[in-house]
Design a protein around this ligand. Structure first.
Ligand code: GAL
Length: 427
């Protein structure tokens, strides 16, 4: 054997020893892997997901963060379908609202009752959330948070610069937008894609028509409500918001828009409190420099959604990682850390908000009040109110209306009722 070879082998062996020693210290063999399909790719969203990945790693589990970009999850949903078709099924996938039941009917989902029972989920979760997590009475999904959709984020120094007052209703909002425009600042950051515009209409409709109208239109899909006076008003308000929005917004993301408001290049954004995650991530304080108010109008209400992950059955070893995923996501420690970073409030009702910002406290207070006053509505733009095909029909009409200045609010409302009926008939 040649000397050089021996020397090299020896050197390699030496390295191996070091590697094995280091390996035991840094990366213990994994107890199982869970791949998690999601659409959390903005700065604050990725940070929030890293918290879970780290907490699972600390317990010896590997979490593969399969993040697909695209706010609102349109792209992630397409990827989920193709992964299911090609039998590359994720251990957990971000799915919300009634779609959880739809996926259940594939027979591919996983029962996580044992984790739920051991950790008292029925007790610590609000009914408004837990009812979505079950299929035929069994838990198949794990909720992470409660987000509110109908927020308006306002840069206070922009308001001051423009000499505008904090809006309290629709008219004072329009007056403020007008002043901000006169001051040469973009009044509203938004309008980049249909999901963002639908999110705006979501908040506008709840404020204009109130929770009863909202439920009739978006949950019961009542044709009279979908085409009626409150919907027409809502669409007219959307048109006004459009006129105060950046005309070059096409293609810009929701988190880009939040950045514009934080930097003072735009005055306001109509967006759920995932925007708060971005505000905090940019080192601004929600409730201080950036005010948070429920989107103002004739009515008050709370449109909510819960980000949740449906579990899909995997091989035995990875099942342990899935159970750990579900257990950890609802642990009080994760609930506090994650929701602080994400902008949402804990879905566990027994977790303290100590150390959370003023907007989170407001969210929690108003959620509890809305629950009592029947003013809580599942948000349609974030998949909580109806299944895919119907939501698609509503989104199509919103896009058509937004892109065609000649389409009247009356025509759009009629069209919405018609398209929803068609979609319902086909699904
Ligand atoms: C929503 C999701 C939020 C947020 C947002 C933007 O659908 O529930 O958590 O991530 O999309 O991506």
């Amino acid at each position: 054997m040649n000397k050089r070879y021996i020397r090299r082998t020896g050197a390699t062996l030496g390295l191996c020893v070091i590697a094995i020693t280091c390996g035991t210290a840094n990366a213990a063999p994994t107890k199982g892997t869970v791949s998690v399909l999601n659409w959390w790719t903005s700065g604050s969203e990725a940070k929030s997901m890293n918290i879970l990945q780290q907490m699972l790693a600390d317990q010896g589990y590997k979490m593969i963060n399969d993040a697909v970009s695209g706010g609102g999850g349109g792209n992630a949903r397409t990827v989920l379908k193709s992964r299911i078709q090609s039998h590359n099924i994720p251990g957990a996938a971000q799915i919300k609202g009634p779609e959880i039941q739809q996926w259940c009917s594939t027979g591919l989902t996983m029962n996580i009752d044992s984790v739920a029972a051991k950790n008292n989920w029925d007790k610590v979760l609000p009914k408004a959330v837990s009812k979505y997590m079950k299929c035929d009475g069994h838990y198949v999904a794990v909720p992470f948070n409660i987000h509110r959709t109908n927020w308006l984020w306002i840069n206070k120094s922009v308001l001051d610069k423009a000499g505008a007052a904090m809006p309290t209703d629709w008219d004072s909002l329009v007056a403020a937008l007008k002043k901000i425009k006169q001051a040469g600042i973009t009044p509203i950051a938004g309008g980049g894609n249909t999901w963002q515009v639908a999110t705006e209409l979501d908040a506008i409709a709840l404020a204009a028509g109130g929770p009863d109208f909202y439920r009739k239109a978006f949950v019961d899909l009542d044709p009279g409500a979908l085409s009626g006076a409150d919907m027409v008003t809502s669409l007219k308000h959307l048109r006004t918001i459009q006129q105060y929005s950046d005309p070059n917004a096409q293609g810009l993301s929701w988190n880009h828009d939040t950045g514009e408001v934080v930097q003072g290049r735009a005055g306001m954004q109509i967006m759920g409190d995932w925007a708060k995650g971005e505000i905090t991530n940019a080192n601004a304080t929600p409730g201080k420099e950036i005010a948070c108010i429920a989107f103002p109008g004739a009515h008050t209400g709370y449109s909510y959604q819960s980000d949740s992950f449906e579990m899909f059955a995997q091989s035995n070893s990875d099942q342990n990682a899935q159970y750990a995923f579900a257990r950890t996501a609802l642990s009080p420690k994760f609930q506090r850390k994650f929701n602080k970073a994400k902008g949402s409030i804990p879905v566990r009702q027994d977790v303290s908000l100590k150390g959370f910002d003023a907007c989170a406290h407001k969210a929690k207070k108003e959620f509890t009040a809305a629950e009592k006053n029947n003013a809580l509505v599942p948000t349609f733009s974030q998949d909580m109110a109806e299944k895919g095909a119907v939501k698609g029909a509503i989104f199509d009409v919103i896009a058509k209306f937004y892109n065609d200045q000649n389409m009247s609010a009356e025509d759009a409302a009629q069209e919405m009722a018609h398209q929803v009926q068609q979609a319902e008939a086909m699904s």
